[in-house]
Design a protein around this ligand. Structure first.
Ligand code: FAD
Length: 387
């Protein structure tokens, strides 16, 4: 398509960040024929031995699947996902009660974050007009010229110009820094008092230690633990708790005493020795909610995924909403004939209210998951809903 004198084949789209949303977005832009350059600060995760990311697995839902399906990736990812039809609530006395997510047959999928990212990078690379630039950390860019400066691991710098810069560089986005220097840019950032820590529940005699087709939850009102199944028959357990509670636990014996009080059924499944050591492997990680508006600068730059809207993980929609950003942008590209000066403001107009709503829902579900799912009223309401 033609716009501004250049056809899409001549236009360079720089996707900054080769994480989940950046890698998927690269496929969307490459499909349209743009010259796509992906810049990722990390090494290629397909070759790296240790991949540092946030959660090990993620819940993929309908929004995310739709976005994958448009670039022909749904089946590949879904085939390696584990369906979770219900939440499984673990009471203090060990009783387990399922609460379905929806109607019969509806489910979300537990998928491996690293595998999803790798598959999307490989898919993006299949397009001859898409190129990956790993070990390229964006330092700064100019909204006037589109000139970007990248830092390389050897300390050198590389400068490149793009027609459109797509900021997919996550919650602490460097692309967004330019937005913060401008007038009439709204931005808010809220850290919640809770942190999270991941533990592994190994298989028992080669099988899952708990029923795999559930998202397991141990709601304890002011904190909670959840567990999602992995293909290798392990579960990744995530403990969400206020930082000051994490700080009270300083020894292996403290960990066991804490688990005995709140998650006794999980102790034999994770293992006493593993609990004592794994709990201290990494410090608890912070969680932030970020809202901003607008998502674009002129016809030069647009933010998508966590760089535009980092949400707390309790609604399981951060990545899914980021994937949906790609579909929404793609549809507006059709409506506006790929004219960036029309597409970008329209994208902000359409997308900001929806993303802000997801951020609010995620914050609300923070209380729902750790407290409301415990209430008799909630269980009663669910029973009525399921009839
Ligand atoms: P990121 O995944 O953060 O990727 C950003 C990429 O940009 C990274 O690869 C980074 O290296 C790169 N980068 C950063 N700075 C630069 C730079 N200056 N130059 C170049 N590259 C740069 N979402 C769900 O939908 N379902 C879930 O179940 C779910 N569970 C979660 C559990 C936890 C504990 C957490 C913390 C989050 C969870 N999320 C979930 C949210 C999800 O992880 C994010 O929404 C998703 O990772 C956003 O993808 P992204 O590509 O926008 O950002």
């Amino acid at each position: 398509m033609e716009s501004g004198g250049k056809s899409s084949k001549d236009k360079v789209v720089a996707v900054v960040g080769g994480g989940l949303v950046g890698a998927l977005n690269a496929c969307y832009f490459a499909r349209r024929g743009f010259q796509v350059e992906v810049f990722e600060s990390r090494d290629d995760i397909r070759e790296a031995k240790i991949v540092r990311g946030r959660s090990i697995n993620l819940a993929l839902s309908h929004r995310g699947r739709q976005a994958l399906s448009r670039v022909g990736m749904e089946e590949k990812i879904v085939s390696k996902g584990i369906p979770m039809h219900s939440r499984m609530i673990h009471s203090l006395n060990g009783k387990q009660s399922p609460i379905p997510y929806g109607k019969k047959g509806q489910y979300i999928l537990s998928v491996d974050r690293a595998n999803l990212n790798k598959e999307l990078l490989t898919e993006a690379e299949r397009y001859p007009n898409a190129r990956m630039n790993f070990d390229h950390k964006l330092k700064d860019w100019s909204p006037d010229t589109g000139l970007m400066t990248f830092l390389r691991p050897d300390g050198s710098a590389r400068a490149l110009r793009a027609d459109l810069i797509v900021g997919c560089d996550g919650a602490f986005s460097t692309v967004r820094k330019q937005f913060l220097r401008r007038s009439r840019f709204n931005f808010s950032q809220t850290y919640i008092p809770h942190g999270y820590l991941e533990l592994t529940m190994p298989p028992v005699a080669g099988e899952f230690a708990m029923k795999p087709d559930y998202l397991h939850i141990w709601p304890r009102n002011t904190f909670m633990m959840i567990a999602l199944p992995n293909l290798d028959k392990t579960f990744t357990c995530t403990l969400f708790m206020p930082f000051d509670e994490f700080e009270k636990i300083t020894t292996g014996d403290d960990v066991i005493a804490f688990f005995q009080e709140y998650f006794p059924d999980a102790i034999p499944l994770i293992g006493v020795e593993a609990l004592k050591t794994d709990y201290f492997r990494l410090p608890a990680q912070a969680m932030v909610s970020i809202k901003c508006s607008p998502y674009h600068i002129n016809d030069k730059c647009v933010l998508m995924g966590d760089s535009a809207h980092a949400v707390v993980p309790f609604y399981g929609q951060g990545m899914n909403a980021g994937f949906e950003d790609c579909i929404v942008f793609d549809e507006i590209m059709d409506q506006c004939n790929e004219d960036f000066s029309a597409v970008l403001p329209e994208y902000t107009r359409v997308r900001v209210p929806d993303d802000h709503t997801i951020a609010d829902l995620a914050m609300y579900n923070y209380v729902e998951m750790r407290a409301h799912v415990n209430s008799k009223w909630f269980l009663f309401r669910k029973k009525v809903d399921d009839i």
